[in-house]
Design a binder for this molecule. Sequence first.
Ligand SMILES: CC(C)(COP(=O)(O)OP(=O)(O)OC[C@H]1O[C@@H](n2cnc3c(N)ncnc32)[C@H](O)[C@@H]1OP(=O)(O)O)[C@@H](O)C(=O)NCCC(=O)NCCS
Length: 408
Amino acid sequence: MPNHDAPSPIPPSVALRRATAADLPAIAVVDGRSFGEHYSDGQLEDIGVLFDPDRFLVAEDRGEIVGVTGSYPFDVTLPGGASLPAEGVTWVSVAVTHRRRGILRALLAEQHRGFAADGIAVSLLTASEGSIYGRFGYGIATEHREVEITRRRAAFRSDVPDPRGVRQVDTAELRRLAPEIHARWAAQTPGALSRADRWWDVHLADREWNRGGATALFHLVHPDGYLSYRIDRATRTCRIWEMATATDDAYIALWRTVLALDLVETVSAKSLAAAEPLQFLLADPRQLRTVGQWDGVWARVLDVPAALSARRYATEVDVVLDVRDPFLDRGGRFRLRGGPEGAECAPAEAGAPVVGIEMVALGSLLFGGAHAGSLARAGLLRVDDPAVLRRLTAAFRGERTPEHGTEF
Ligand SMILES: CC(C)(COP(=O)(O)OP(=O)(O)OC[C@H]1O[C@@H](n2cnc3c(N)ncnc32)[C@H](O)[C@@H]1OP(=O)(O)O)[C@@H](O)C(=O)NCCC(=O)NCCS
């Protein structure tokens, strides 16, 4: 990985500043041009609900906004159930007329130094391109699958119970019931993002432009779970938009209900966890067809001791992590002692086997999604003793694959 001791300066006519509320339309123009979109007034109104100018930085060239980065505040769940405040980086764009002159690097450096100064231990983002964010210390932390099921062929194993208890509700009732269920789901799911009220409002606004030609949302609710979907009548497809369950009964009951929708040929879902239980519930597991696999959230650790002592470990681990962070210089040597009941992590030069690790790899390990052995084989983690690597791999993995839930 390149080392940037002296990053190239941005052009002299470009200055960075914090955004103001009045900047939103200009920010939307830069972002829309970068992503090939013209935002309508309605879209801007929704975006405005989530826009907090204090969390946005802009790059200005002679009075014109040419670059932007922003963030949204979340709490994110760690393995073991604790949660940490995290900033979700968003709205990252630089005008095509100003690219590859270091503006993104300058914006991210200032933004991330601000996060660290505010005591934020972890930042997150979803990436438009996979090659951008490794250099800034971000590693893939959650992954999800896009799946399709031919409904008529998807029978459950004969011994799978039918817990029932599902009701169909309208959006107003879902809005009332879902936040509490979602919070219970998030508490037991590593990588899950909390969802504030204003996110629920935008999430359930269900605008026409967000429906991809399908119907408005339908909702199924169980006391411990919910599932929202649309119907694409032209292709007889039920598109699952969101599902959150806090118990296995709710999970089975909701899948049973959605797979009983007459007149639907195909049930599709875009963001199933990598190790979803559904395929093991089916008499023929092959009926759950994976048609895509995507990285979800990328994580970057800003405060190594705070992040690593807040999570729990599947088995006992005692190592000195030698973390390399060329972007922000927040690495160094930290002794991590942890297990299922607790963990501590503090600066220390020695005392346990030393593991060399890139910041990007630490981000991938944070929620238990990545395999330390794979990272070692890829050269992002260095350890001399294979027994230490075995212990590290076992300790960082969790019994649940991480999921982030909320797109931002
Ligand atoms: C991605 C984007 C913000 C980069 O802005 P930029 O000002 O040109 O980036 P910088 O000049 O600061 O480059 C920073 C580093 O990232 C690299 N980089 C930037 N964009 C990249 C890309 N699309 N792919 C791979 N590397 C990229 C640069 O080579 C540079 O590397 P180095 O500093 O290690 O040499 C800009 O190209 C853009 O707006 N793209 C379209 C929108 C988008 O994809 N945004 C990201 C949303 S997650």
